[in-house]
Design a protein around this ligand. Structure first.
Ligand code: GLV
Ligand code: MG
Length: 322
């Protein structure tokens, strides 16, 4: 059984995709301010390049400087012939320098269980801590979305549920070729149901919800707009494919300074009002706003995201005159 002491809620505002077959990009990625990097053996890596890319990834994980970043490798999905060798080569070769394995095109809970079992065997064989390496599950087709609750419950290794818009749009025949943008002729947000469905499953199991790529890499305004939608719903971060998208993602998925300050004040005011000195009350006024336990929970989310992003508050709490 798994039961390690890792914190699975890592900052993931920007999750940088890097083809595992491209040493130049693997070199450059180390210097970018992304919260997470994932070295890709799947769709960014041509079939004939995959065997060598496994070894390139092992080398870069072991010898590169990834400090400050969550290190993830995306393997190929279980319907291919590549998955087991991707996992065995990468985890045996660099398991101690790897935080998570990302599994694409997940269709049911068994696919997560299979990866969990394989990881456990490798960790045992290699003498690594059992259960430390996490799993990120990509939802990229109708089966994955319909089964997302069971998928999110399938392993204690799970850290994130990730929306894969490109494969998803193809799998449901959505009438658009511009990944992340709305299909023409539909008057509302065509992604709303999918994003919310994934978010509910993730939150039910205390996992992070991550939005996938935006392929128009030169259109940073378009990226901001699409990222802003999933951030508004509650998503924790989004993939980035290009250095130009990294700062935008970090900004969009961090709270605004004003909201961070406000959240910190709510937490202080609530602590004070429930304390002996504050009269052990269950609610209090903060300026014109009444706050209670539910306000504290909302503030904790904003404050947690801000602290994880390294923000510092710019205002202090002054207890009211007794
Ligand atoms: C990502 O893998 C996607 O298909 O969008
Ligand atoms: Mg995909």
């Amino acid at each position: 059984m798994t039961g390690p002491s890792v914190n699975r809620l890592r900052p993931r505002r920007s999750c940088l995709a890097v083809p595992g077959s491209n040493p130049r990009f693997l070199e450059k990625a180390q210097g970018l301010p992304a919260d997470q990097v994932f070295l890709d053996l799947e769709d960014a890596c041509a079939p004939l390049a995959k065997p060598d890319a496994r070894h390139t990834i092992v080398k870069f994980l072991n010898e590169g400087d990834w400090s400050g970043k969550t290190r993830v490798v995306r393997v190929n999905d279980w319907t291919t012939e590549w998955t087991y060798r991707d996992v065995v080569t990468v985890v045996e070769g660099a398991g101690q320098n790897l935080d998570c394995v990302m599994l694409p095109k997940v269709q049911d809970a068994q696919q997560i269980v299979a990866l969990d079992l394989l990881l456990t065997q490798i960790e045992r064989t290699m003498g690594f801590e059992v259960g430390r390496i996490g799993i990120e599950a990509q939802i990229e087709n109708a089966a994955g979305l319909v089964n997302v609750d069971a998928i999110a419950a399938a392993s204690p290794r799970l850290e994130t549920i990730v929306f894969g818009p490109a494969d998803f749009m193809a799998s449901i025949n959505m009438k658009s070729l511009v990944v992340g943008e709305q299909p023409p002729g539909y008057p509302a947000d065509a992604y709303h149901y999918i994003l919310m469905r994934i978010l509910m499953a993730a939150r039910m199991h205390d996992l992070q919800a991550i939005d996938g790529p935006y392929l128009q890499i030169r259109n940073v305004d378009g990226f901001r707009e699409v990222a802003g939608r999933s951030a508004a719903l509650g998503y924790d971060g989004k993939w980035v494919l290009h250095p130009g998208q990294v700062d935008a993602a970090n900004e969009v998925f961090s709270p605004a300074q004003e909201d961070f300050d406000h959240a910190e004040l709510i937490l202080d005011a609530y602590d004070y009002c429930t304390s002996e000195a504050g009269g052990r009350k269950g609610s209090a006024m903060l300026g014109d706003e009444m706050i209670d336990e539910a306000s504290r929970k909302m503030a904790l989310v904003v404050s947690g995201k801000g602290r994880a992003a390294g923000m510092t508050r710019t205002s202090i709490f002054v207890p009211p005159e007794a």
